[in-house]
Ligand binder design. Structure first.
Ligand SMILES: C[S@@+](CC[C@H](N)C(=O)[O-])C[C@H]1O[C@@H](n2cnc3c(N)ncnc32)[C@H](O)[C@@H]1O
Length: 255
């Protein structure tokens, strides 16, 4: 068994572009997870007993749509952490894009967001979700504020950020953290995600890179009781019932 691979020849061009392995029918090296097209979406699927439902990025329906309508606007923790306020809409780099949920909230509140994701299969899901969001009149405007790049933000943040002309005022980090949520469904989704992304042990290097590049602040999402990332201590901490943000501030936003 190996990590993630592509079996459908129609997806080979995508696999080649992103450097994902391709499996021929009857191949002996059976992948743990496959990237496949189901209906109109790209999904990552594995053994359902182990990994639950296939994973896809969907900004149009489901949780994203609900959060877009009833999410709590600028009062949401991620928005407060990134400093979104009346008349203040900073440019954000989400350097740990994942499934793009935090980035989508920020973009739906008006922020231009550069999403950086290093894991090829997760990047592929994001790219697909974003394309569908751009094609839907309900989400088009929001998706147009989301700009996606494939790369490792800990190693090449300066270059990745240079792909946009806007200076990164805020850098948002949400590295993986072991065993965040214990509900069975989330556990299966997290298992799938963790098989791909690992535990992000290099997060302190990412914080260092972000502190060098952000013009105004770096914000790090952490589980409520976790220690801060190794490095300089945060200047402020804000929290709600489930998570916490550590804020590293260079300058006041809007100033
Ligand atoms: C916990 S998830 C982020 C979830 C995301 N905030 C969301 O709302 O969907 C962490 C993600 O960051 C990515 N990541 C971690 N370190 C990275 C780095 N140095 N550069 C780019 N992506 C990174 C991981 O591959 C993983 O997809």
């Amino acid at each position: 068994m190996s990590g993630v691979a592509v079996r459908d020849p129609a997806l080979y061009p995508l696999a080649r572009r992103l450097g994902l392995p391709m499996v021929d029918e009857g191949g002996t090296d059976e992948p743990e997870l496959t990237l496949a097209r189901r209906d109109d979406r790209l999904v990552l699927a594995g053994d359902p007993h182990r990994y639950g439902h296939p994973l896809a990025v969907d900004f149009v329906a489901g949780r994203a749509a609900h959060r877009r309508r009833f999410g709590g606007g600028r009062g949401q923790l991620v928005a407060r952490a990134c400093g979104l306020a009346k008349g203040v809409t900073p440019s954000v780099v989400d350097a740990t894009a994942g499934l793009g949920r935090d980035a989508f909230v920020l973009a739906s509140l008006g922020a231009e967001v550069l999403l950086v994701e290093r894991v090829a299969a997760i990047f592929a899901l994001l790219e697909d979700g974003l394309a569908r969001a751009l094609a839907d009149p309900e989400t088009r405007e929001i998706a147009a504020r989301m700009h996606l790049v494939h790369g490792d933000a800990g190693r090449e943040l300066v270059t990745l950020v240079a792909s946009r002309e806007v200076a990164p005022e805020v850098i948002h980090l949400d590295p993986m953290f072991p065993h965040r949520d214990k509900s069975a469904l989330v556990k299966k989704e997290m298992r799938l995600f963790r098989t791909l992304a690992g535990d992000d042990p290099d997060a302190p290097r990412l914080l260092e890179a972000a502190l060098d590049v952000a013009t105004h602040r770096v914000v790090v999402k952490r589980p409520r009781k976790a220690p801060p990332l190794e490095g300089p201590p945060p200047r402020h901490i804000i929290a709600d019932k489930t998570s916490r943000y550590d804020l590293y501030v260079h300058r006041r936003l809007g100033a």
